[in-house]
Design a protein. Structure first.
Length: 256
């Protein structure tokens, strides 16, 4: 099994779990993955347990977590049909190297394979855990989204070598320009606005509420996946979720 890949912040105050008893198991999974990723003696064999649990297509699905999918057609930080049978929720930080790896190597493949044919919707949640520049980048991404350029900003911010240059104001403006944001003055105002801070805080609280402490963390129709796992892990989970959704739909149809 692949070693789970995620980045963890410095220790901080833990937020309470908010979404029911099943979330305790999700928190244990995310917490274990975070511990193994940062333990001084971790190895692939030590971490394989987390990968094995999250790779099982028939286990670990929590209905209360599936309800966190917003399915808002107007969500500017989402892509894919609002009524897609599968929703992948991604909790990530623009300063997270493993998040960038996922965006470049795996997410693009998932978009090509599943989003275009209507199977998958991807909903982004800003989960800044690495300090002031993480939060600034999250607000900037939200601001780019207000002009319909979130995913273009996402691609620019996660390009190879970008995070090493930092996310100061001038750099974020340059990334917005690269992403094709039309009104850069509006972008700057939006990024510094109370609305941006509120939107980022809402996403962040949701992440902490399910027990996530490291990035990237994912939910696929209520099934947690910890870390930048292989493409195969995600395709197995999406395929299983699509099958479950189809079976549920057929069962409901038969009951009518």
């Amino acid at each position: 099994m692949p070693t789970p890949q995620m980045s963890s912040p410095k220790p901080s105050v833990r937020k309470p779990l908010l979404y029911g008893t099943g979330v305790v198991l999700t928190a244990a999974l995310f917490g274990y993955a975070s511990y193994r990723a940062t333990a001084p003696d971790h190895s692939a064999s030590d971490s394989s347990y987390v990968a094995e649990v999250t790779a099982d297509p028939d286990a670990g699905v929590y209905p209360e977590l599936a309800k966190l999918a917003r399915r808002d057609p107007g969500d500017k930080l989402a892509q894919g049909r609002a009524d897609a049978p599968v929703v992948l929720i991604e909790y990530a930080d623009f300063r997270c190297g493993y998040c960038g790896q996922f965006a470049r190597d795996t997410e693009s493949a998932l978009v090509k394979k599943y989003v275009g044919n209507g199977t998958l919707r991807i909903e982004w949640r800003n989960f800044p855990i690495f300090g002031a520049e993480s939060e600034a980048a999250a607000r900037a991404a939200w601001a780019a989204g207000q002009q319909g350029r979130f995913w273009q900003f996402h691609a620019a911010a996660y390009a190879e070598g970008v995070k090493e240059k930092g996310f100061g104001k001038a750099r974020l403006r340059a990334l917005a320009r690269q992403a094709g944001v039309a009104d850069l003055d509006r972008f700057a105002r939006d990024a510094d606005s109370a609305a941006a801070s509120a939107a980022v805080s809402k996403d962040q609280e949701q992440g902490y509420g399910i027990g996530a402490t490291s990035t990237p963390s994912f939910l696929i129709n209520g099934r947690p996946i910890a870390g930048a796992q292989s493409l195969e892990v995600f395709t197995q989970a999406i395929g299983a979720a699509a099958d479950r959704a189809a079976n549920t739909k057929d069962a409901k149809g038969a009951d009518k």
